[in-house]
Design a protein around this ligand. Structure first.
Ligand code: MN3
Length: 216
């Protein structure tokens, strides 16, 4: 397998961030081939097309969050590729080969407040990911009042876009496109979803929660 550090965008301000692990480090939950294709083909494709979409536009000096917040929902090329870039960055960042990570004390308190328990949060996330129709994403986000919420979005949409029914700062992203799991799990999305909980890194999500509530 290749190395994620060798995967580079061709042009423009948005770069590939690399992975904090090797393509085969998430096995047996996600296989190396899926990781390599997902990162070096799909994610790179979104990044390159995002750079193309913003070339010579008002967005060329903006952050990805500003672009997502301000873009015209009818501009499907920018919408799909800015979403694809942001969504995959978060997804790849919150996965790791480290087992049995736990939310911080402060995040645990918020989870208990908004979902009753960590077990219940995981089962609600799993249900949302399994039930989402077609291709899309499931999110754990912090809304404007600091409350944790789960949401689903279609295609490459996300909670930062103006059309989102649940707006907020995402701290966890689960990719439920078939390209995220088809080689190993084929059509059995529920199996991929149940296995992915083994490699979600709650230490990273806890840091993201701290950042999200700090900017409220
Ligand atoms: Mn994907």
């Amino acid at each position: 397998y290749g190395n994620s550090a060798d995967v580079k965008t061709t042009d423009g301000p948005f770069k590939m961030k690399g992975l904090a692990y090797q393509y085969n480090d998430l096995e047996p939950y996600i296989d190396a081939k899926t990781m390599e294709i997902h990162y070096s083909k799909h994610h790179l494709g979104y990044a390159n097309k995002l750079n193309t979409a913003i070339k010579e536009t008002e967005f060329k000096t903006k952050t990805i969050e500003e672009i997502l917040n301000q873009l015209d929902i009818n501009n499907s090329f920018l919408r799909n590729n800015a979403g694809g870039y942001y969504n995959h960055n978060l997804y790849f960042e919150i996965l790791s080969s480290k087992k049995d990570t736990k939310p911080s004390a402060i995040l645990t308190e918020a989870i208990n407040r908004d979902f009753g328990s960590f077990t219940n949060l995981n089962s609600k996330l799993s249900e949302a990911a399994t039930n989402l129709f077609g291709s899309g994403w499931v999110w754990l986000l912090v809304d404007k009042d600091g409350k944790l919420k789960i949401s689903q979005t279609i295609n490459q949409d996300n909670p930062l876009m103006s059309n989102s029914t649940e707006k907020g700062t995402p701290i966890l992203a689960i990719d439920v496109w078939e390209h995220a799991y088809y080689l190993k799990y084929q059509n059995k999305r529920a199996d991929y979803i149940s296995e992915i909980f083994n490699i979600i890194n709650w230490e990273i999500i806890s840091k993201k929660y701290d950042e999200a509530i700090a900017i409220k």
